[in-house]
Design a protein around this ligand. Structure first.
Ligand SMILES: [Zn+2]
Length: 261
């Protein structure tokens, strides 16, 4: 089974200096390979997650916003085939949970109600998303699937509002605990045939340092302290495919299942 675990906005800037406290990220880096994925396109979540699973650049898929002309953009508005549209035609069993290229995030083959419309904004919602994505993903890992894609979105929101505060590391620690449950306690990584990709769509930095401002500084939920950075996170286990851009996830999966993209 291949498991692509997305963590929106996960960044080495927080993880690297704190590997002593982030035991499961540390373990992952030891058994697998960690690297920085430099995003050459604008680091906008909708666009990057979309490209990662359809293999197209923004120029090709044209999707970079949750809202267009005052309307919420839907899956049907984006004229591409995603990996989960292609693989099942070849009998490959795929499920996808909470992929945030649209809001609420997209599910394929999974019945799941996203937390906070996919934009969880307070501690209660962050906690709820952590719990529910973890539980659902554990359930799906126990099914007879070939490919599972799951994405957590909460760190993006935590960092937009609290970048620079101790609170950020607190939420990385909570995420680290869940990763332990999901990848190690579940036995997923004990099976040497299993392949894992942990990936983010962008990193994070102080609001004023971001090359591209993704949100206005003043929002209804408060003033933003952080914004997207082009250095995203990538950790792979048991992969011998070189991933250098988000779209390579799509190409890796096509290669793995012998599909001509
Ligand atoms: Zn993002």
């Amino acid at each position: 089974m291949i498991f692509v675990l997305g963590i929106d906005a996960a960044t080495w800037t927080v993880i690297n200096p704190n590997l002593g406290e982030l035991k499961n990220f540390d373990r992952l880096c030891r058994i697998g390979e960690g690297k920085t994925l430099v995003i050459k396109e604008k680091p906008i979540s909708a666009s990057i997650w979309c490209g990662m699973f359809c293999g197209k650049t923004f120029e090709e898929h044209g999707h970079d916003s949750y809202v267009s002309d005052g309307n919420i953009v839907k899956r049907e508005d984006i004229e591409v085939d995603f990996i989960w549209d292609i693989l099942p035609q070849r009998g490959i069993k795929v499920k996808a949970l909470n992929v945030p290229f649209v809001v609420p995030p997209y599910n394929f083959g999974v019945d799941f109600m996203p937390v906070g419309f996919g934009l969880p904004t307070n501690e209660r919602e962050w906690e709820e998303e952590l719990q529910r994505i973890t539980e659902k993903s554990k359930e799906l890992l126990n099914e007879d699937l070939d490919l599972l894609i799951s994405v957590y979105t909460l760190l993006d929101r935590v960092q937009h509002f609290h970048w620079g505060e101790d609170l950020v590391l607190e939420w990385y620690k909570k995420m680290d605990d869940k990763i332990g449950e999901l990848l190690f306690d579940s036995g997923f990584l004990d099976n040497k045939d299993n392949k894992l990709v942990v990936i983010s769509d962008h990193g994070f930095c102080s609001f004023g340092e971001a090359k591209i401002q993704t949100l206005p500084q003043k929002t209804e939920e408060g003033e933003l302290k952080g914004d997207h950075h082009e250095n995203a996170l990538l950790i792979t286990v048991n992969l011998d495919y070189n991933i250098e851009k988000p779209q390579d996830i799509f190409f890796f999966l096509c290669d793995e299942y012998k599909i001509n993209p």
